[in-house]
Ligand binder design. Structure first.
Ligand code: ADP
Length: 412
């Protein structure tokens, strides 16, 4: 909203305020009423007096209307607003400013900014610049108030004839913007680090191979395997980042279709467990008939691959991984159950956060970027479903994807 818009009602009431100053000497509930009762008490009041009374009544009504209109405009703004006259006295302020300053408007209206106690540093900012306000056009600063950040702007109000006419203070809560900036910086530094580590390894190994410092076929193969693994890590990270940015920018449009649940899960389970690197027992338990689910096969595939991949990664040799599907009234539950390292109570609230990895050595020992569960959760939620987890440190974990069953029929 433009400042001129906010101030218009004030301008409107200016003549009325001047007029009321004349009536201030009357110690009655409202100035106009005072004069009205005086005139009424005078027995020989003339027609002129009666007209004055009528005009005063009207003026009084108009004044109340304009003040309440002006205050309600200010109170409906989302930023804190405070208006000072040209001598630095508080003319008006809104609810938000009251909350930000932790002061009541009734206590400070009419006072000079110097006389207003408190104000969380906001009023110090005004004081700092109030001397130069006649020349000042606008001064803006970010102020830290407790755990919040405020962007305060103090500007001169310029009259139509170009002369300064008081000043205006606007305070905007920018806490969420500041936090988002902080997250962005942390995200960038994290991603740069995660990209640099495998790249450095690949570069070092390549240089050694090119320099002919590596002797023997076995060592060369070992070097190539390491480089291949690091390239794989890079590619997983980049894919995850691409998925994440697509989801978070709201650009992920699911391409959903009614899908044969049984075939879909069997296919994913087969691919996810194909690289039987470890001595792990795999089990797939599916009901005889499962209703179809309305999913984007590619993205739901990413979810299940992540969950099964984690189960394999965090389950030591001789463990067991089970994928079981249960049906509840109108929901399908896809459980990925492992007998692995489990999740501690401290880690549990954070495992779906971006880049979160437990500080536990058993987790740190495995490769990962802490993005898989965050992506999985967001994809499932885009499908109107949810992910649940039950886990006990040292015993294992159960991740459950809950999906709505939209239509209860079976695709032949
Ligand atoms: P990543 O596996 O790449 O670290 P994820 O987002 O997939 O990232 O998982 C986040 C964290 O959740 C992991 O670092 C780990 O601490 C924990 N976690 C996930 N799945 C399991 C599991 N099946 N068993 C034990 N811990 C798990």
């Amino acid at each position: 909203m433009k400042i001129s818009g906010i101030l218009k009602p004030l301008k409107d009431i200016k003549p009325v305020t001047d007029f009321l100053k004349l009536l201030d000497s009357l110690s009655t509930a409202t100035p106009a009423e005072g004069l009205v009762s005086r005139v009424n008490k005078t027995e020989d009041s003339s027609d002129d007096d009666k007209e004055i009374v009528a005009n005063l009544r009207l003026t009084n009504k108009l004044l109340s209307y304009h003040i309440s209109k002006f205050e309600s405009v200010l109170d409906n703004l989302n930023d804190g607003i405070m208006i000072f006259d040209s001598s630095g006295r508080v003319l008006a302020m809104n609810h938000i400013m009251e909350q930000l300053l932790n002061l009541k408007r009734g206590d400070i209206k009419g006072k000079h900014v110097r006389e207003c106690q408190g104000g969380n540093g906001i009023l110090d900012f005004v004081l700092e610049h109030s001397e130069s306000i006649d020349k000042l056009v606008e001064k803006t600063a970010d102020i830290n108030v407790g755990s919040s950040y405020l962007r305060v702007s103090y500007k001169t109000l310029i009259r139509g004839d170009g002369h300064p006419n008081g000043s205006l203070l606007i305070a905007k809560d920018i806490t969420s913007q500041k936090l988002a900036d902080q997250v962005k910086i942390e995200f960038l530094s994290h991603v740069s680090h995660e990209l640099k580590t495998p790249l450095n390894t690949i570069k070092a190994y390549t240089e050694m191979l090119i320099g002919g410092d590596v002797a023997g076929r076995d060592t060369i193969v070992e070097f190539c395997n390491t480089m291949n693994e690091e390239a794989g890590r890079l590619s997983t990270l980049i894919n995850n980042l691409l998925h994440l940015s697509k989801i978070e920018m709201g650009g992920l449009v699911l391409s959903r279709s009614m899908t044969r649940t049984k075939e879909f899960i069997e296919g994913i389970f087969k691919v996810a467990t194909a690289q039987k690197k470890k001595n792990i027992n795999y089990e797939l338990i599916l009901p005889e008939k499962i209703p179809p689910v309305n999913i984007d096969k590619e993205f739901m595939g990413i979810v299940l691959m992540n969950l099964i991949g984690n189960a394999i990664k965090y389950t030591p040799e001789h463990g067991k991984i089970t994928l079981r599907v249960d049906e509840e009234v109108d929901r399908l539950m896809i459980h990925v159950i492992d007998t692995g390292i489990g999740i501690s109570e401290e880690d549990m609230p954070h495992i779906f956060d971006k880049f979160y990895r437990s500080s536990d050595a058993q987790v740190r020992h495995k490769t990962g970027h802490g993005l898989g569960l965050s992506i999985a959760k967001q994809i499932v939620e885009l499908h109107d479903g949810e992910i649940r987890v039950i886990s006990k440190k040292g015993e294992g974990s159960q991740f459950t994807v809950v999906l709505p069953i939209e239509e209860r029929y079976f695709l032949e």
